[in-house]
Structure formats: C-alpha cells, structure tokens
Design a protein around this ligand. Structure first.
Ligand SMILES: *Cc1c(COP(=O)(O)O)cnc(C)c1O
Length: 364
C-alpha cells in the first residue's frame, strides 16, 4: 500500500499522557493521579457550562446550527468585531488546518520559532510545504526578519505566548513583524494563552480587533485553556472577511458538535470563572518560581498557564518525567524538542503540593 510521499516526513503528534494510561500501567487509583501535562484548567469545567451541556444532552440527535449564529454573536461582542470576521473550528487546531490547506503547497514554506506548537509543522508538511525555524525559541524580530527575507514564507507563525516554552512576545514586537512582512505572507497570531498574558502584563496583551486592519493577519483563540473546555473542542479565527471567506471553503459542515456549541455560548456569558482561574494561577505560579530558585535550576518567565523548568547536565528531564509518571504525576518532558526541560501546567494548590513533594523525592 502506497501513501502520499509527504507523510514520510511527518511525526505523529504526541499528546500529553492521559490519566487512564497511568491507572492502567502503574496501577495508581485515578483519584491519586495528578495531570499537569496538557495545560487544562485545574478548576475543571465551569459549573454553569457543565449544566448547559447536561441540559442539551437530549438534543444529541440534532445537527448543530451550522451558521453558529449565537456563538459568533457572543464572540463578536466579546472582541468588538463583526460576525463576518469569525470562523469557528473544532479547536483552534482545526482553524490551523484550514489555514494550511488554503495557502500552502509543495512549493511553499512556513516560518516559526525554534520551539513552538507542534501542529504548525504537521499541517505544513501535510501540504508538502517546507518548515523553516529561527535559531531561538523567542520570537525575536531580527531572527524572524532574516529568515523571512531568505525564504519568503507563505505563513509566519507567531505563537504568543508560546507553547511549550511559555515565553511571551510583546505587542510591539508582534506589530513590528506584521508591519515588516509583505501582504503575500499570512501572519498567524496564535493567542491560545492570551488571557494569561493579558492578565500578567498589558504590553503583552494583543486583542484581535487591533489586527483587523491587516488583510494578511489572522488571530486564533480557543476555549480549551483559560475557559476550561479542552474536551469540547472549540476554537476560532478572527480576520478580515475576505480571508475568513476563503477559509470557509475548507470547512466541513457541522464542524463542532451540538453540545460544544452550547457550551461555548454559555462560556461567553460570564467572565467570572475565567477571572477566578487566572487569580488562582497567578498565586500558584509564584510557588513554582520560588521552588526553582530554591532548588537552583532555571525556568522561563511564563505568560501562560504552565511553566518550563530548565535543567543543566546534572539533571535529566527524561529521567525526572519518567520517575514522576510512575508516581502518578504527569508532566511534559521537552526532550523531544531537544531541550533538557519539563513543562508543568500550574494546578490547584493541592496538585502543586503533590508535584513539589514528588519532584523533591525523585531528584533527591
Ligand atoms: C492548545 C493550543 C492550541 C489549540 O488548542 P485547541 O484545543 O485545538 O483549541 C493552539 N495553539 C497553541 C499554542 C496551543 O497551546
């Protein structure tokens, strides 16, 4: 059986390990597993949203409203944009897929930071496009512009704040890159963690309506992180109507479920759950910073709901991640990104206590 040649060069996306795997492989009771690996909201699902999902269960036989009118209206008002600036995806991941299919082919290239969201590369390679990376994980203007001039990529990915490193790029730097590239290059501003960055430092807050003046820029947002709806798979893109119109040609019908749609609409109604989540996060991340300092290793200043710990040669991220996993603590090893580092989603106070305790034991 022959497959498309482009598949030869694609590594299958590796998601954070699920709780079920730790239960199965190490015989740990599910209630004792602490999952800090996928940047999910540790406060769980907003109870008001959970109720709406339950209340809509009897409508599972109905296709959702394919116009997504109500959700678009809610997002349009949240961001002060128009409905025709919006496209909804099954996670912002699906919008990334639409974008890649709309603009890439085997003669094109995409530009991204040295260490960033793995799906940019996978979608690009599916289209046979070439992946160009800058030298560092930070989104530095000089590095991006040098590579841009050399390769003339069709897409420039600016993941801010960046995953899996957690660093942010200021609005000023993002706008500088946007101004410097020509209109034939699409700039994707991936704001999956923007709620956390905006709460931390206003200079890092990018709101999509500030980008609407550019015909070649799209902003991506998601309900999966601060909104605590990773399991519902809802994300969106915001851009000029002409760009959105082209992306719609890639969209399958009913691309999010009836329950996901109801959940996202409800989630837009009340900001208090997101505010509470961010307040908890801001308290707890201080403990992670203090812990790294006490233990004498480095970390990347985080603008997200996770923190990346950087180890020197006296510590090994793979050994640490494996030892933690056996104890039921799931974090992300960044060895596959060629970094001796681990990424930890900031959990609840209790979850974080458990992490610190086991970390001390496995590194003793
Ligand atoms: C989580 C994440 C996404 C998309 O998540 P969805 O669940 O597909 O909405 C996009 N970009 C980055 C950088 C992420 O971390």
């Amino acid at each position: 059986m022959k497959f498309n040649k482009v598949l030869e060069d694609i590594k299958i996306y590796e998601a954070g390990k699920p709780i079920e795997l730790v239960v199965r492989e190490f015989g740990i009771a599910p209630e004792n597993v602490v999952k800090l690996a996928s940047n999910e909201n540790p406060l769980g699902t907003n109870p008001a949203v959970a109720k709406v999902i339950a209340d809509n269960a009897h409508k599972a036989h109905l296709y959702p409203d394919d116009s997504m009118f109500e959700l678009k209206a809610a997002l349009a008002s949240k961001y002060a944009v128009q409905e025709n600036n919006l496209i909804i995806g099954a996670g912002s991941d699906q919008v990334l897929e639409f974008i890649s299919r709309a603009v890439l082919n085997e003669n094109s290239s995409v530009l991204m930071s040295a260490v960033t969201f793995a799906m940019y590369e996978i979608y690009a390679k599916q289209m046979g496009a070439k992946v160009i990376r800058t030298a560092s994980y930070a989104h530095q203007y000089d590095e991006f512009m040098e590579a841009y001039r050399m390769h003339k990529p069709r897409i420039v990915y600016l993941c801010t704040p960046n995953n899996p490193t957690g660093d942010g790029t200021s609005k000023e730097e993002v706008l500088a890159i946007i101004h410097a590239v020509d209109k034939e290059t699409l700039v994707v501003v991936d704001g999956a963690y923007m709620e956390y960055a905006a709460a931390k430092d206003a200079n890092y807050a990018i709101s999509p309506n500030e980008l609407l003046g550019f015909e070649n820029v799209i902003y991506l947002g998601t309900f999966s992180k601060a909104y605590g709806l990773g399991g519902m798979r809802v994300g969106y893109g915001i851009a000029q109507p002409e760009l959105i119109h082209e992306l719609y040609k890639m969209r399958p019908p009913f691309n999010i479920s009836t329950l996901s749609l109801a959940a996202a609409i409800e989630a837009c109604k009340d900001d208090s759950f997101v505010k509470e989540s961010i307040a908890l996060h801001q308290e707890e991340i201080k403990r992670y910073e203090a812990f790294a300092k006490e233990q004498g290793f480095g970390y990347i200043e985080s603008y997200t709901n996770f923190i990346t710990y950087l180890f020197d040669e006296t510590m090994d991220s793979t050994k640490i991640a494996d030892a933690l996993l056996k104890r039921g603590v799931i974090i992300r090893n960044l060895a596959s990104y060629e970094m001796n580092a681990i990424r930890i989603t900031i959990g609840t106070t209790r979850q974080n206590d458990i992490f610190f305790k086991h970390f001390l034991e496995v590194t003793a």
